[in-house]
Write a new protein. Structure first.
Length: 349
């Protein structure tokens, strides 16, 4: 058997590690460059809803997630001002596990399969090279260009009970939204996406942003809660405009390829899905049966076919969810519409 060509993955997040695992299962030599360390907190909703669970099962990872203490979320509710949706059942329960545990689990699995993981090591070459996959996470906008969106996340301590009506709650406002859900270990994950607009409040303390406006249901939920100090993390300059893989010169997966609006709850699933779509073309390239351009184009076509329509609906959903109109009578009707719920949930998965 001829020697296989190696694959280099830039970024050891969900997409990069999952791709590395899939390739090592096919005996492809893989090196992952990760600028940070494990374990660490990341801005993330920390639940997998959608096709991502099936990907994990096919890779033999789903049982490991459950053994790590993942909990299932079966219900969801949206809240906007005084309007709220009914508590609805998810078609398939979401899997909730902290990124602290998830990244460590994936990193361990990759290394057990013989993959080389370089932590605290930043890829410094800006050159587009054969055999290199970009999976370094969210692509940010320059602050001076359009500093609209930023994300903040923290965990509520297990010693501070949080009274949730649904397993997943999404609290909406014209300035953004905050998702709240239980995770492993009895903690509660609180993750918000906010935009800075002229005339709205400026970023203050992270706990104040995550607790919501005084008088809101979210503030009632979280006002007296204690956050785990080292769980706070944030990211700014988020780029939420849909991107097409075919338009990129690099081979990209996960959020490096495109980021779906977090209100869909489908971002983690898309990271796992894009990684799985890349495994077969890259393994074939490694065997010398495809050239690099062919492999990259196959991955791009697969990702665009799977995600383009989903991203278009997600963009519309985000616009609708942060619209001031959702605060009034129309918002009450929309949040209570079972037809709209089924449509949006189906189209963004």
């Amino acid at each position: 058997m001829s020697q296989r060509k190696p694959i280099t993955i830039i970024g050891g997040g969900l997409a990069g590690l999952t791709l590395g695992i899939g390739l090592r299962q096919r005996e492809v030599p893989v090196t992952i460059w990760e600028a940070g360390r494990y374990p660490r907190h990341r801005v993330c909703g920390e639940f997998i809803s959608g096709n991502g669970q099936a990907v994990l099962e096919r890779l033999g990872l789903l049982a490991r997630f459950e053994q790590a203490g993942a909990v299932h979320a079966r219900t969801v509710m949206f809240v906007c001002g005084t309007n709220r949706s009914p508590v609805r059942q998810l078609a398939t329960p979401a899997l909730c596990l902290s990124r602290l545990a998830m990244d460590a689990l994936l990193a361990e699995s990759f290394q057990q399969l013989g993959g080389e993981l370089l932590v605290n090591t930043r890829w410094i070459s800006g050159e587009i090279r054969e055999g290199v996959v970009q999976a370094a996470g969210r692509r940010t906008q320059a602050a001076e260009k359009n500093p609209r969106w930023f994300g903040v996340k923290a965990h509520v301590s297990r010693t501070s009970p949080v009274n949730l009506e649904a397993d997943l709650e999404m609290h909406l406002s014209p300035d953004g939204y905050i998702g709240v859900n239980r995770i492993n270990g009895g903690e509660v994950n609180v993750c918000g996406l906010f935009r800075v607009r002229q005339g709205n409040r400026q970023p203050g303390s992270k706990p104040d942003w995550l607790r919501g406006e005084v008088g809101s249901l979210l503030h009632e939920r979280l006002g007296p809660s204690e956050f785990v100090p080292d769980s706070f993390c944030s990211v700014a300059g988020l780029q939420l405009k849909p991107q097409r893989a075919a338009a990129k010169k690099e081979c990209c997966i996960g959020d490096t390829l495109t980021m779906t609006p977090p209100v869909t709850g489908n971002g983690m699933s898309m990271a796992f899905e894009s990684a799985e779509m890349a495994v077969e073309p890259l393994a074939t390239y490694s065997q010398g049966k495809l050239n690099w351009t062919q492999a990259r184009q196959q991955i791009a076509r697969r990702c665009d076919a799977a995600f383009s329509r989903r991203l278009a609906w997600a963009r519309f959903l985000q616009w609708m969810m942060i619209s001031p109109a959702l605060q009034g009578r129309l918002g009450s009707m929309l949040l209570r519409s079972d037809w709209l719920w089924r449509l949006m949930f189906t189209q963004t998965r």
